[in-house]
Design a protein. Structure first.
Length: 63
């Protein structure tokens, strides 16, 4: 009886299904974080160049 329970516990700990799911969740969270960061940078850049007061300062010198 104890041998079967021990073997079942060892088999459960050897399974790699749990860590694989955790790894996928971490990768998914990183992808979402990158998408949010890029989106934020894009809107900041867009609003910077859309501001009429800043459009003159972004022109090259001598223009």
């Amino acid at each position: 009886m104890l041998g079967r329970m021990t073997q079942a516990a060892v088999d459960f700990l050897k399974k790699e299904d749990g860590p694989t799911a955790v790894e996928y969740a971490v990768v998914l969270a990183l992808i979402v974080a990158v998408i949010i960061s890029v989106s934020g940078i894009g809107s900041t850049t867009n609003s910077t160049y859309a501001n009429p007061k800043l459009q003159d300062s972004t022109k090259p010198a001598g223009s």
